[in-house]
Design a protein around this ligand. Structure first.
Ligand code: SF4
Length: 368
Protein backbone atom coordinates (compact mmCIF):
# COMPACT_ATOMS: atom_id res chain seq x y z
CA UNK A 1 0.00 0.00 0.00
CA UNK A 2 1.70 3.17 -1.18
CA UNK A 3 2.49 5.76 1.51
CA UNK A 4 2.00 3.24 4.32
CA UNK A 5 4.14 0.19 3.54
CA UNK A 6 7.16 2.49 3.41
CA UNK A 7 6.74 3.03 7.14
CA UNK A 8 6.80 -0.71 7.87
CA UNK A 9 9.84 -1.56 5.72
CA UNK A 10 11.60 -4.45 7.53
CA UNK A 11 15.10 -3.52 6.31
CA UNK A 12 14.77 0.03 7.54
CA UNK A 13 13.26 -1.24 10.79
CA UNK A 14 16.25 -3.53 11.31
CA UNK A 15 18.64 -0.67 10.63
CA UNK A 16 16.91 1.57 13.15
CA UNK A 17 16.87 -1.22 15.72
CA UNK A 18 20.60 -1.81 15.17
CA UNK A 19 21.25 1.87 15.78
CA UNK A 20 19.17 1.81 18.97
CA UNK A 21 21.13 -1.22 20.21
CA UNK A 22 24.45 0.46 19.34
CA UNK A 23 23.73 3.70 21.20
CA UNK A 24 22.11 2.17 24.29
CA UNK A 25 24.51 1.90 27.22
CA UNK A 26 22.16 2.47 30.16
CA UNK A 27 18.64 1.52 31.22
CA UNK A 28 15.91 3.99 30.29
CA UNK A 29 12.14 4.20 30.80
CA UNK A 30 10.38 5.91 27.91
CA UNK A 31 6.67 6.73 27.85
CA UNK A 32 4.72 6.73 24.60
CA UNK A 33 1.98 9.22 25.35
CA UNK A 34 -0.64 8.03 22.86
CA UNK A 35 -2.74 4.87 22.92
CA UNK A 36 -2.36 4.58 19.13
CA UNK A 37 1.39 4.37 19.65
CA UNK A 38 0.87 1.76 22.39
CA UNK A 39 -1.08 -0.41 19.97
CA UNK A 40 1.58 -0.04 17.30
CA UNK A 41 4.32 -1.00 19.79
CA UNK A 42 2.51 -4.05 21.14
CA UNK A 43 1.06 -5.17 17.81
CA UNK A 44 4.46 -5.14 16.09
CA UNK A 45 6.35 -6.42 19.13
CA UNK A 46 8.61 -3.36 19.08
CA UNK A 47 9.13 -3.40 22.85
CA UNK A 48 10.38 -7.01 22.60
CA UNK A 49 13.01 -6.05 20.03
CA UNK A 50 14.52 -3.21 22.04
CA UNK A 51 17.68 -3.58 24.15
CA UNK A 52 16.94 -5.17 27.53
CA UNK A 53 17.46 -1.91 29.41
CA UNK A 54 14.81 0.02 27.50
CA UNK A 55 11.31 -0.14 28.94
CA UNK A 56 8.30 1.32 27.18
CA UNK A 57 5.74 2.73 29.64
CA UNK A 58 2.25 3.10 28.21
CA UNK A 59 0.93 6.58 28.80
CA UNK A 60 -2.52 8.08 29.33
CA UNK A 61 -3.13 9.17 25.74
CA UNK A 62 -6.22 7.12 25.04
CA UNK A 63 -9.25 9.42 25.10
CA UNK A 64 -11.78 6.75 26.01
CA UNK A 65 -9.57 5.42 28.81
CA UNK A 66 -9.07 8.71 30.61
CA UNK A 67 -12.72 9.77 30.46
CA UNK A 68 -13.82 9.52 34.11
CA UNK A 69 -16.53 7.10 35.17
CA UNK A 70 -18.46 10.10 36.41
CA UNK A 71 -18.69 11.52 32.87
CA UNK A 72 -19.87 8.12 31.55
CA UNK A 73 -22.58 8.13 34.22
CA UNK A 74 -23.62 11.63 33.16
CA UNK A 75 -23.83 10.42 29.55
CA UNK A 76 -25.98 7.47 30.65
CA UNK A 77 -28.33 9.73 32.65
CA UNK A 78 -28.81 12.00 29.64
CA UNK A 79 -29.16 9.16 27.11
CA UNK A 80 -31.86 7.48 29.21
CA UNK A 81 -34.22 10.46 28.80
CA UNK A 82 -37.20 10.07 26.45
CA UNK A 83 -36.68 13.49 24.88
CA UNK A 84 -33.01 12.87 23.95
CA UNK A 85 -31.19 11.48 20.91
CA UNK A 86 -27.73 10.66 22.25
CA UNK A 87 -24.97 10.52 19.60
CA UNK A 88 -21.48 9.15 20.06
CA UNK A 89 -18.55 7.58 18.30
CA UNK A 90 -18.79 3.79 18.55
CA UNK A 91 -16.00 3.24 21.05
CA UNK A 92 -17.90 4.99 23.85
CA UNK A 93 -21.00 2.80 23.54
CA UNK A 94 -19.46 -0.18 25.34
CA UNK A 95 -17.58 1.72 28.03
CA UNK A 96 -19.10 0.59 31.31
CA UNK A 97 -20.57 3.20 33.62
CA UNK A 98 -21.12 2.34 37.25
CA UNK A 99 -24.25 0.28 36.43
CA UNK A 100 -24.56 -0.16 32.65
CA UNK A 101 -23.37 1.16 29.28
CA UNK A 102 -24.89 3.09 26.39
CA UNK A 103 -25.59 -0.12 24.45
CA UNK A 104 -27.76 -1.32 27.34
CA UNK A 105 -29.75 1.91 27.21
CA UNK A 106 -30.14 1.48 23.46
CA UNK A 107 -31.33 -2.11 23.93
CA UNK A 108 -34.02 -0.81 26.31
CA UNK A 109 -35.32 1.50 23.59
CA UNK A 110 -33.20 4.58 24.27
CA UNK A 111 -32.38 6.63 21.19
CA UNK A 112 -28.60 6.16 21.20
CA UNK A 113 -26.98 6.58 17.80
CA UNK A 114 -23.51 5.81 16.53
CA UNK A 115 -22.21 8.65 14.36
CA UNK A 116 -18.95 9.23 12.51
CA UNK A 117 -18.75 12.98 13.01
CA UNK A 118 -20.23 15.54 15.40
CA UNK A 119 -21.64 17.22 12.29
CA UNK A 120 -23.79 14.08 11.77
CA UNK A 121 -25.29 14.78 15.20
CA UNK A 122 -25.97 18.38 14.21
CA UNK A 123 -27.77 17.12 11.12
CA UNK A 124 -29.89 14.83 13.31
CA UNK A 125 -30.75 17.87 15.45
CA UNK A 126 -31.84 19.76 12.34
CA UNK A 127 -34.09 16.88 11.29
CA UNK A 128 -35.57 16.33 14.76
CA UNK A 129 -36.49 19.77 16.12
CA UNK A 130 -38.78 18.21 18.75
CA UNK A 131 -35.86 16.25 20.28
CA UNK A 132 -32.80 17.27 22.24
CA UNK A 133 -29.72 15.95 20.40
CA UNK A 134 -26.53 15.50 22.42
CA UNK A 135 -23.08 14.63 21.11
CA UNK A 136 -20.55 12.99 23.45
CA UNK A 137 -17.47 15.16 22.88
CA UNK A 138 -14.49 13.44 24.43
CA UNK A 139 -10.82 13.24 23.61
CA UNK A 140 -7.62 15.17 23.28
CA UNK A 141 -6.64 18.16 21.17
CA UNK A 142 -7.17 16.00 18.06
CA UNK A 143 -10.93 15.53 18.29
CA UNK A 144 -11.66 18.92 19.84
CA UNK A 145 -11.53 21.06 16.65
CA UNK A 146 -14.39 19.15 14.98
CA UNK A 147 -16.47 19.44 18.15
CA UNK A 148 -15.68 23.14 18.42
CA UNK A 149 -16.68 23.63 14.78
CA UNK A 150 -19.98 21.83 15.36
CA UNK A 151 -20.93 24.03 18.31
CA UNK A 152 -19.88 27.09 16.33
CA UNK A 153 -22.15 25.96 13.47
CA UNK A 154 -25.03 25.20 15.84
CA UNK A 155 -24.91 28.74 17.18
CA UNK A 156 -24.47 30.27 13.73
CA UNK A 157 -27.43 28.31 12.31
CA UNK A 158 -29.57 28.85 15.40
CA UNK A 159 -29.94 25.11 16.13
CA UNK A 160 -30.83 25.28 19.82
CA UNK A 161 -31.79 21.62 20.32
CA UNK A 162 -28.14 20.54 19.99
CA UNK A 163 -25.67 20.30 22.86
CA UNK A 164 -22.27 18.83 23.63
CA UNK A 165 -21.32 16.70 26.63
CA UNK A 166 -17.72 17.85 26.91
CA UNK A 167 -14.83 15.89 28.35
CA UNK A 168 -11.81 17.24 26.52
CA UNK A 169 -8.33 16.85 27.96
CA UNK A 170 -4.93 18.25 27.03
CA UNK A 171 -1.58 16.49 26.74
CA UNK A 172 0.94 19.05 28.12
CA UNK A 173 -0.65 19.36 31.60
CA UNK A 174 -0.75 15.54 31.77
CA UNK A 175 2.97 15.35 30.94
CA UNK A 176 3.63 17.84 33.75
CA UNK A 177 1.43 15.86 36.19
CA UNK A 178 3.22 12.60 35.32
CA UNK A 179 6.62 14.18 35.86
CA UNK A 180 5.54 15.68 39.19
CA UNK A 181 4.15 12.42 40.53
CA UNK A 182 6.37 11.03 43.35
CA UNK A 183 6.16 7.59 41.71
CA UNK A 184 7.21 8.81 38.25
CA UNK A 185 9.78 6.60 36.47
CA UNK A 186 9.55 8.26 33.05
CA UNK A 187 12.83 9.58 31.63
CA UNK A 188 11.77 10.41 28.09
CA UNK A 189 8.56 10.94 26.10
CA UNK A 190 7.34 10.05 22.65
CA UNK A 191 4.84 12.89 22.18
CA UNK A 192 1.64 12.23 20.22
CA UNK A 193 2.11 13.33 16.61
CA UNK A 194 -1.57 13.88 15.81
CA UNK A 195 -2.03 16.16 18.84
CA UNK A 196 0.95 18.22 17.71
CA UNK A 197 -0.42 18.39 14.16
CA UNK A 198 -3.25 20.48 15.65
CA UNK A 199 -1.52 22.34 18.49
CA UNK A 200 2.03 22.57 17.15
CA UNK A 201 5.10 22.00 19.28
CA UNK A 202 5.46 25.32 21.08
CA UNK A 203 4.35 24.04 24.50
CA UNK A 204 6.96 21.28 24.68
CA UNK A 205 10.40 22.97 24.86
CA UNK A 206 9.45 24.48 28.26
CA UNK A 207 8.33 21.07 29.55
CA UNK A 208 11.54 19.44 28.31
CA UNK A 209 13.57 22.12 30.06
CA UNK A 210 11.54 22.23 33.28
CA UNK A 211 11.65 18.46 33.84
CA UNK A 212 14.96 17.86 32.08
CA UNK A 213 13.32 15.21 29.92
CA UNK A 214 13.67 14.57 26.17
CA UNK A 215 10.39 14.91 24.25
CA UNK A 216 10.29 13.57 20.70
CA UNK A 217 7.19 14.18 18.59
CA UNK A 218 6.50 10.77 17.04
CA UNK A 219 4.10 9.22 14.54
CA UNK A 220 2.33 5.86 14.66
CA UNK A 221 3.80 3.52 12.06
CA UNK A 222 6.54 1.08 13.15
CA UNK A 223 9.36 3.12 11.62
CA UNK A 224 7.98 6.30 13.19
CA UNK A 225 8.03 4.66 16.60
CA UNK A 226 11.54 3.26 16.16
CA UNK A 227 12.83 6.64 15.00
CA UNK A 228 11.19 8.32 18.01
CA UNK A 229 12.79 5.81 20.36
CA UNK A 230 16.17 6.15 18.62
CA UNK A 231 16.15 9.92 19.00
CA UNK A 232 15.00 9.73 22.62
CA UNK A 233 17.74 7.24 23.54
CA UNK A 234 20.35 9.38 21.77
CA UNK A 235 19.30 12.36 23.87
CA UNK A 236 19.24 10.35 27.09
CA UNK A 237 22.65 8.81 26.47
CA UNK A 238 24.02 12.23 25.51
CA UNK A 239 22.59 13.94 28.61
CA UNK A 240 20.34 16.18 26.50
CA UNK A 241 16.70 17.10 27.11
CA UNK A 242 15.20 18.85 24.12
CA UNK A 243 12.13 18.88 21.97
CA UNK A 244 12.64 17.12 18.64
CA UNK A 245 10.13 16.66 15.86
CA UNK A 246 10.49 13.20 14.33
CA UNK A 247 7.14 13.51 12.52
CA UNK A 248 7.65 16.55 10.30
CA UNK A 249 5.57 15.11 7.46
CA UNK A 250 2.48 15.73 9.61
CA UNK A 251 3.55 18.24 12.26
CA UNK A 252 4.49 21.81 11.41
CA UNK A 253 5.85 23.71 14.41
CA UNK A 254 2.84 26.02 14.42
CA UNK A 255 0.30 23.16 14.16
CA UNK A 256 -2.97 24.01 12.46
CA UNK A 257 -3.65 27.74 13.07
CA UNK A 258 -7.25 27.61 11.78
CA UNK A 259 -8.09 24.74 14.16
CA UNK A 260 -6.37 26.49 17.07
CA UNK A 261 -8.33 29.67 16.38
CA UNK A 262 -11.61 27.73 16.42
CA UNK A 263 -10.63 26.02 19.68
CA UNK A 264 -9.76 29.34 21.28
CA UNK A 265 -13.11 30.80 20.27
CA UNK A 266 -15.34 27.95 21.44
CA UNK A 267 -13.50 26.48 24.45
CA UNK A 268 -11.77 27.81 27.53
CA UNK A 269 -9.29 26.03 29.83
CA UNK A 270 -10.75 24.20 32.84
CA UNK A 271 -9.69 21.76 35.53
CA UNK A 272 -10.43 18.21 34.40
CA UNK A 273 -10.58 14.85 36.14
CA UNK A 274 -8.56 12.06 34.43
CA UNK A 275 -9.56 8.49 35.04
CA UNK A 276 -7.09 6.89 37.39
CA UNK A 277 -5.02 10.04 37.72
CA UNK A 278 -7.41 12.49 39.36
CA UNK A 279 -8.00 16.15 38.72
CA UNK A 280 -5.25 18.01 36.92
CA UNK A 281 -5.55 21.81 37.05
CA UNK A 282 -6.27 23.48 33.71
CA UNK A 283 -5.86 20.17 31.91
CA UNK A 284 -8.94 20.33 29.72
CA UNK A 285 -11.52 22.47 28.03
CA UNK A 286 -15.10 23.46 28.66
CA UNK A 287 -17.35 25.56 26.46
CA UNK A 288 -16.61 29.26 26.69
CA UNK A 289 -19.25 31.59 28.15
CA UNK A 290 -20.54 32.60 24.71
CA UNK A 291 -21.33 28.93 23.93
CA UNK A 292 -22.36 27.79 27.41
CA UNK A 293 -26.01 27.30 26.36
CA UNK A 294 -24.77 24.32 24.28
CA UNK A 295 -23.27 22.59 27.32
CA UNK A 296 -25.24 19.36 27.93
CA UNK A 297 -24.12 19.14 31.57
CA UNK A 298 -25.90 22.38 32.38
CA UNK A 299 -28.85 21.77 30.07
CA UNK A 300 -29.71 18.43 31.70
CA UNK A 301 -28.65 19.29 35.21
CA UNK A 302 -26.26 16.34 35.63
CA UNK A 303 -23.59 18.48 37.29
CA UNK A 304 -24.31 16.82 40.61
CA UNK A 305 -23.55 13.22 39.53
CA UNK A 306 -20.50 11.95 41.42
CA UNK A 307 -19.11 8.42 40.98
CA UNK A 308 -16.23 6.58 42.60
CA UNK A 309 -13.97 4.50 40.34
CA UNK A 310 -14.11 0.68 40.54
CA UNK A 311 -12.04 -0.81 43.34
CA UNK A 312 -11.12 -3.86 41.21
CA UNK A 313 -9.93 -2.07 38.08
CA UNK A 314 -6.33 -0.88 38.22
CA UNK A 315 -6.48 1.16 35.02
CA UNK A 316 -5.31 4.20 36.95
CA UNK A 317 -2.01 2.47 37.67
CA UNK A 318 -1.84 1.24 34.07
CA UNK A 319 -2.43 4.77 32.79
CA UNK A 320 0.37 6.13 34.97
CA UNK A 321 2.76 3.40 33.87
CA UNK A 322 2.98 1.97 37.38
CA UNK A 323 1.93 -1.53 36.32
CA UNK A 324 1.63 -3.33 32.99
CA UNK A 325 -1.91 -4.49 32.06
CA UNK A 326 -1.19 -8.17 32.68
CA UNK A 327 -0.09 -7.32 36.24
CA UNK A 328 -3.72 -6.49 37.05
CA UNK A 329 -5.20 -9.63 38.70
CA UNK A 330 -8.41 -9.28 36.65
CA UNK A 331 -6.60 -9.19 33.26
CA UNK A 332 -7.94 -11.89 30.92
CA UNK A 333 -10.02 -13.44 33.69
CA UNK A 334 -12.85 -11.28 35.03
CA UNK A 335 -11.82 -8.55 32.60
CA UNK A 336 -11.81 -9.16 28.84
CA UNK A 337 -12.89 -7.05 25.85
CA UNK A 338 -16.24 -8.91 25.94
CA UNK A 339 -16.70 -8.15 29.60
CA UNK A 340 -14.54 -5.11 30.31
CA UNK A 341 -14.22 -3.89 33.87
CA UNK A 342 -12.43 -0.72 32.87
CA UNK A 343 -12.07 1.63 29.93
CA UNK A 344 -8.52 0.53 29.12
CA UNK A 345 -9.95 -2.88 28.14
CA UNK A 346 -12.85 -1.43 26.15
CA UNK A 347 -11.13 1.12 24.03
CA UNK A 348 -9.46 0.12 20.80
CA UNK A 349 -6.54 2.30 21.97
CA UNK A 350 -6.47 1.03 25.56
CA UNK A 351 -3.31 -0.61 26.86
CA UNK A 352 -5.23 -3.52 28.44
CA UNK A 353 -6.99 -4.22 25.14
CA UNK A 354 -3.64 -4.10 23.30
CA UNK A 355 -2.10 -6.66 25.66
CA UNK A 356 -5.20 -8.84 25.45
CA UNK A 357 -5.31 -8.70 21.67
CA UNK A 358 -1.62 -9.19 20.92
CA UNK A 359 0.05 -10.66 24.03
CA UNK A 360 -2.34 -12.79 26.01
CA UNK A 361 -1.15 -16.09 24.53
CA UNK A 362 2.50 -15.27 25.36
CA UNK A 363 1.43 -14.12 28.79
CA UNK A 364 -0.72 -17.21 29.35
CA UNK A 365 2.38 -19.36 28.89
CA UNK A 366 4.58 -17.20 31.07
CA UNK A 367 2.27 -16.23 33.89
CA UNK A 368 -1.02 -18.07 34.10
S1 SF4 B 1 -7.30 -5.56 33.02
FE1 SF4 B 1 -9.38 -4.73 33.23
S2 SF4 B 1 -9.66 -4.48 35.44
FE2 SF4 B 1 -7.45 -4.66 35.06
S3 SF4 B 1 -6.72 -2.56 34.78
FE3 SF4 B 1 -7.18 -3.34 32.74
S4 SF4 B 1 -9.31 -2.65 32.41
FE4 SF4 B 1 -8.96 -2.51 34.61
Amino acid sequence: MKYLDEFSDPDLARRLLDQIHQVTEHSWAIMEVCGGQTHSIIRHGIDQLLPDGIEMIHGPGCPVCVTPLEVIDKALAIAARDDVVFCSFGDMLRVPGSAEDLFRIKSRGGDVRLVYSPLDALEIAKQNPDKEVVFFGIGFETTAPANAMTVYQARKLGIRNFSLLVSHVLVPPAVAAIMESPTCRVQGFLAAGHVCSVMGTREYPDLAERYRVPIVVTGFEPLDILEGIRRTVLQLEGGRHELENAYPRAVPAEGNPAAREMLQDVFEPADRAWRGIGTIPQSGWRLAEAYREFDAEHRFDVDGIRTDESAVCRSGEVLQGLIKPHECPAFGLECTPRNPLGATMVSSEGACAAYFQYRRLDLAGAQR
